[in-house]
Design a protein around this ligand. Sequence first.
Ligand code: SAH
Length: 220
Amino acid sequence: MNKDIKRMLEDIEAEVRFTRDMIGRQRLGPEVMEAMAKVPRDKFVPDGVKAFAYDNGPLSIGHSQTISQPYIVALMTDLLQPKADHKVLEIGTGSGYQTAVLSQLVDRVYTVELEAALSESARQHLEELGYDNIEFRVGNGYEGWPEHAPYDGILVTAAAPFIPEPLIEQLKPGGHLVIPVGEPHLPQNLMLVTKDQQGKTRIEEILAVAFVPLRQNAGD
Ligand code: SAH
């Protein structure tokens, strides 16, 4: 394994241990860490920041958006409890990095992005790297993607002021929704929503996080 990726994995493991009381786990699933080891993060960041591609921090990807911190990507993926036969919805394609991680763990990834230019460049990078189980949509993630619902898991990578009802509706019984909830520029709460077999939801607050906002319109 490349030494930069090895260092990134060690940094993720250290932060998981450091936050274990909050996140309720000592380590993340080995399949999640394996997926993190395989995705070349440097291919998803702009030229100017490639030197920092394997640092455990967020980076700017243009359009005032960021590629999430590797620890957060790994944690959110773990909270989703992905399985090989799962169909997953991601809201906020961004660079496509989180999409690539999910793509290796589940059967199909449906990913929605508000910004057409970001969706297009993520599609190009993901196709070039050979990820072939991903469907892209330019649209407003508050509405989910009803045509392919229900999903085994839904992962939102921007912070919403509330949990959008369509996302709960589009979740299968037994499924998990992972979403940062809160106002822009304040610490937000990473939430894990679980729908039980009767369709009732349980909400757990996992960790304080800082995400870019889930916007109502592309011009916001
Ligand atoms: N998972 C991405 C994170 C990107 S940041 C990565 O690791 O690169 C969040 C993304 O959500 C941005 O690309 C932003 O344009 C997008 N976004 C913001 N509001 C949205 C909305 N309402 N619907 C879909 N995408 C949205």
